[in-house]
Design a protein around this ligand. Structure first.
Ligand code: ZN
Length: 407
């Protein structure tokens, strides 16, 4: 399978400097980004990045919604991208310059406005993906290019590739069901205890319910603590407690277990394999159980090339309502997944002056950042253009430039 024309390989000069020829200066993060400036004071409108205004204000809004039923079989065109794992609810902005992909987009606009987004692994596409529904679109006739915004809907499994012509792929897929399980041992509940049951929301509520659950479990094969590990509401509460440091800084963290499980998958720094594993589960309980393991410790982020220290999970903070990790695209068509950190170390900046051109965070100018040790391209430092904007600066580093340090 030839994916050599995938536009992840198409890098614009301004964003992908040849770092060996690049003059760099020392990291000045210590002077310009400190924890206090972010945690206590933010004047930035967090709703702005999610609008992806850099794509322009003249995109046409598309009305209506295509919803495929669970377990249905459908033929959908596929968009296969390196390192792009789309989750339900996630926004996907795109600029498309290559003629073949523009043709795919145009065809799908006439047929339900949906296409399947699939991650390209090392040498082949992974067998699960997510339907993306295009909700805003602009076609540039003179350049035969387009830009669009799409949102992740249902997950699917690829059953068969029906047609493949270089990048044009049509596949028969099965929409994967999202299985929602109620409270554990619901059917074995003792009716005589019903007057003691409450709808638990806080840790104290759950503690109070434990006594009732222990009595319920007497008539089942397992003790109550086993069932508690599969309680989606308990798992959600635990995850939300771990994410308090992000919630406090203005991000909307969903309460519904399924939405929360996708939100965490989208916003944690996870490699492609881990993301695909989370996307493959049909139930929020399995996803939440796996995600808790990533949240109990404060993970250390290291350079994915040379393993040098860059930052920590607790340095993440949201510069968008959608969370601390978001998907953005550049004019060359490259899709970047960016994690925003208020503090980072071991980075150097290019000498080029900060630029506001095509900036993903209105009011902030970007400067290319590289690993101080190996020179790898890591992302950008964003600095406020207006003096009253807070935070004054932050880092936007690409997901693929970082990895979690193994214990
Ligand atoms: Zn490095």
């Amino acid at each position: 399978m030839d994916f050599s024309t995938d536009d992840d390989e198409t890098h614009s000069d301004s964003e992908y400097p040849n770092y060996r020829q690049y003059n760099v200066e020392e990291d000045y993060s210590e002077e310009t980004t400190d924890e206090t400036s972010v945690s206590t004071e933010s004047t930035f409108d967090l709703t702005l990045p999610a609008t992806h205004s850099y794509l322009g204000s003249n995109l046409a809004e598309l009305i209506g919604r295509t919803l495929l039923e669970d377990a249905v079989y459908a033929n959908v065109p596929l968009l296969v991208k390196q390192s792009v794992v789309l989750f339900p609810g996630q926004t996907l902005p795109m600029t498309v310059n290559d003629a073949q992909t523009v043709d795919i987009i145009k065809a799908c606009l006439e047929d339900g406005r949906i296409l399947g987004v699939v991650c390209l692994g090392y040498d082949k596409m992974v067998p699960v993906g997510t339907i993306a529904e295009i909700y805003e679109y602009l076609y540039n006739d003179s350049e035969h290019s387009c830009c669009l915004k799409a949102i992740g809907r249902q997950r699917f499994k690829i059953l068969r590739v029906l047609r493949q012509d270089t990048n044009k792929i049509l596949a028969n897929v099965r929409i994967l069901p999202e299985i929602t399980l109620g409270p554990p041992f619901f059917d074995e509940r003792l009716a005589s205890l019903n007057h003691l049951r409450i709808n638990p929301k806080t840790e104290e509520d759950f503690k109070k319910q434990e006594r009732v659950e222990n009595l319920d479990a007497v008539v089942t094969p397992w003790p109550a603590w086993v069932y508690r590990q599969y309680d989606p509401l308990r798992l959600s509460l635990k995850i939300r407690q771990c994410l308090q440091f992000i919630q406090n800084k203005g991000s909307n963290i969903p309460e519904d277990p399924a939405h929360l499980s996708f939100w965490v998958a989208q916003n944690l720094l996870l490699d492609d394999n881990e993301r695909v594993a989370l996307l493959s589960y049909n139930c929020a309980i399995s996803r939440l159980q796996r995600e808790i393991k990533y949240l109990v410790d404060d993970k250390i982020f290291i350079c994915s090339i040379c393993d040098s220290y860059i930052g920590r999970q607790s340095n993440m903070f949201p510069m968008s309502k959608e969370g601390p990790q978001g998907t953005y695209c550049n004019p060359a068509g490259t899709i970047h997944e960016i994690v925003t950190l208020y503090h980072a170390r071991g980075l150097t900046l290019s000498r080029s002056p900060p630029s506001v051109e095509y900036t993903w965070f209105p009011g902030y100018a970007w400067t290319v950042a590289m690993c101080k040790h190996c020179g790898a391209y890591m992302g950008w430092k964003f600095t406020a253009v207006e003096s009253n904007l807070r935070p004054k600066a932050f880092w936007g580093l690409t997901r693929k430039s970082l990895k979690n340090k193994e214990k």
